[in-house]
Design a protein around this ligand. Structure first.
Ligand SMILES: Nc1ncnc2c1ncn2[C@@H]1O[C@H](COP(=O)(O)OP(=O)(O)OP(=O)(O)O)[C@@H](O)[C@H]1O
Ligand SMILES: NC(=O)c1ccc[n+]([C@@H]2O[C@H](COP(=O)(O)O)[C@@H](O)[C@H]2O)c1
Length: 278
């Protein structure tokens, strides 16, 4: 797939990228979490920790980096605050609470919505072509595997007609693969039953300590004047308070007033994707 030009002044964040593989027998892996992150919560950050534990205990991969990729404003999901605020909140959360997570604003700062398949291609390009992959302690080059990290609610939309194009599913699940964090309210076996062809590339992670925080609930609490402390990092709570975010339903979110639903938008993108890839 062809990649759009990078946003102005863009550089791929790699300051926390582990460029030397600890175990030369393992395959280097980068986890990419795509989502609205409006706002980012502790659960979003924990998804990466759960994935790292799962990878270490159950797979032949070694995680060398983890990225949050906030979705573009054109996604037009209700409650989607501007990309700038969402990127800022994700950056505050990762820089102040994690030693290895990074935020990539490439997708958020594009001039239009970018499908997840294209976002994964962007990561693959930056990591394997531009950075040149990683090396073992002996200096041997290794290509890095890029995989999507998602909750089971997102994966269940892959069986809904019109949300993802068939070529995109093949691209995401066949070429890259995914780690799925189970989420209460989604039946994981039903969510994945139509994805059997890519079973070898789909890893399901059980939440041993159930956490059903969602950005929607956080936004609702803020609107009602309820505390959201300890649901998201304290510096993110301060950022929200200082900027008066999420106090009312509409402003100052990104423009979601055009009347288009998320599904209509994605469906439109997905069909143009099918047309361009077939
Ligand atoms: N409680 C949770 N358990 C498992 N996965 C989650 C949970 N919350 C979010 N995710 C996953 O995090 C990713 C980013 O999601 P997103 O930013 O849309 O969060 P959200 O909290 O579901 O947002 P919203 O409430 O605005 O729909 C998605 O893959 C989603 O499935
Ligand atoms: N066709 C697609 O590429 C497609 C479809 C639906 C959601 N997504 C992605 O899923 C992520 C999370 O979406 P939600 O916030 O709606 O759960 C976003 O990054 C969005 O871009 C991609």
């Amino acid at each position: 797939m062809s990649l759009p030009a990078p946003p102005d002044n863009y550089t791929f964040p790699s300051h926390r990228f582990n460029r030397t593989l600890r175990n030369a027998d393992k395959t280097p892996l980068v986890l990419v979490g795509c989502g609205s992150f409006s706002p980012v919560t502790y659960l979003h950050l924990r998804m990466f920790e759960m994935a790292v534990d799962y990878v270490r205990q159950n797979t032949e991969f070694e995680v060398v980096a983890g990225y949050l990729s906030p979705v573009n404003d054109s996604y037009k999901k209700p409650g989607l605050l501007s990309a700038q605020h969402r990127v800022n909140m994700c950056s505050i959360a990762t820089e102040q609470t994690s030693s290895w997570l990074m935020v990539d604003p490439w997708e958020a700062y594009q001039t239009e919505y970018q499908r997840t398949a294209v976002v994964l291609d962007h990561f693959d390009h930056e990591i394997n072509q531009v950075l040149g992959g990683v090396r073992t302690a002996d200096g041997e080059h290794r290509k890095v595997r890029v995989m999507l990290l998602a909750g089971s609610d997102l994966i269940s939309t892959m069986s809904e007609p019109g949300v993802w194009s068939a070529p995109d599913l093949e691209h995401i699940l066949g070429r890259y693969g995914t780690f799925i964090i189970e989420r209460s309210g989604t039946d994981i076996s039903r969510a994945t039953e139509t994805l059997g062809a890519w079973r070898h590339n789909i890893f399901i992670i059980t939440q041993l300590i159930q956490n059903d925080v969602s950005s929607t609930k956080v936004r609702l609490f803020i609107r009602r004047g309820l505390s959201v402390r300890y649901l998201l990092p304290a510096p993110v709570v301060s950022y929200i308070e200082e900027n008066g975010l999420y106090l009312d339903d509409g402003a100052p979110t990104s423009d979601n007033s055009s009347g288009h639903s998320k599904k209509e938008e994605i469906s439109k993108d997905a069909s143009s994707a099918s047309a361009s890839t077939s």
